[in-house]
Design a protein around this ligand. Structure first.
Ligand code: CP
Length: 271
């Protein structure tokens, strides 16, 4: 694999291979060892045209831990703010002997477009409403670590599925790894074609969470939607927020995941 643009076209064997490697890497970090040379001599550039805390820092630190030269550009601090196009920007970075570009962009398909215009490898760090493959890989690693397996588990993904690239990558990945995936949210935030991906879709959160091994909450992606999908955030939260009472419907040893950022009191709430 030269690029990682999404999990739609990644096989179960490739996902397993990535998770097995990540498990070894994580053990090293748990042993407090942070200097390796797997990426020695390589340059990793994070190109973030959208805000991020977790993903950007994860890539930057991981690159440094693995011995790479790591650098970052953002839209506000680069010549993009002076009107340079995405393609001109990434071609310029490519000419500086970059080996890996990690790209986040608000437009679905932007990392694929980048990959078609550069020689180096491209990793999708989240593109619009399309995919966020590394978040889903992290979620699958956590599930496997906590549950020992992914196959046969019921995973309930709750909230704004329509605008969630995390949900889409998790659906592709979890289904390939043999999990049963169920979704719940308001009808306006559940795209109709999702059932074609082999998932069950509910507008009743309780039905989705019932008997689940894993419950995943999602933030309302207000930056990606027009008003009118639900009356108020308060009402949305009451009907579709994951709370303690709803979690009691899941299996007693169920785990709760949220990709973050969490809007506390909305997608996750105490009551
Ligand atoms: N989960 C995630 O992508 O978080 P950031 O937006 O902070 O990177």
């Amino acid at each position: 694999m030269k690029h990682l643009l999404g999990l739609k076209d990644v096989s179960a064997d490739e996902i397993k291979n990535i998770l097995d490697t990540a498990e070894i890497m994580k053990k090293r970090l748990d042993e407090d060892i942070k200097k390796f040379d797997e990426l020695k001599g390589k340059s990793v550039i994070t190109v973030f045209f959208e805000n991020s805390t977790r993903t950007r820092l994860s890539f930057e630190l991981a690159s440094k831990y693995l011995g790479a030269n790591a650098a970052n550009i953002t839209s506000t601090g680069s010549s993009v703010a002076k009107g340079e196009t995405l393609i001109d920007t990434v071609k310029t970075i490519n000419m500086m002997a970059a080996d890996i570009l990690v790209v986040r962009h608000s437009s679905s398909g932007a990392p694929k477009l980048v990959s078609e215009n550069v020689d180096c490898s491209v990793v999708n760090a989240g593109d619009g409403m399309n995919e966020h493959p590394t978040q889903a890989l992290l979620d699958m690693l956590t599930i496997r670590e906590k549950k020992g397996t992914i196959s046969g588990l019921k995973v309930a993904i709750i909230g704004d599925v329509k605008h969630s690239r995390v949900a889409r990558s998790n659906i592709y990945g979890l289904k390939k790894m043999g999990a049963e995936v169920v979704l719940a949210g308001p009808a306006t935030l559940l795209p109709s074609q999702l059932e074609e991906l082999g998932v069950r879709v509910y507008t009743d959160v309780e039905k989705a969470i019932d008997g689940a091994d894993v419950v995943m909450g999602l933030r309302i992606q207000l930056e990606r939607q027009r008003a009118g999908n639900f009356p108020t955030v308060r009402e949305y939260s009451k009907l579709f927020g994951v709370n303690e009472e709803r979690l009691r419907l899941a299996k007693p040893d169920a785990i709760l995941l949220h990709p973050g950022p969490v809007n506390r009191g909305v997608s996750l709430r105490a009551k």
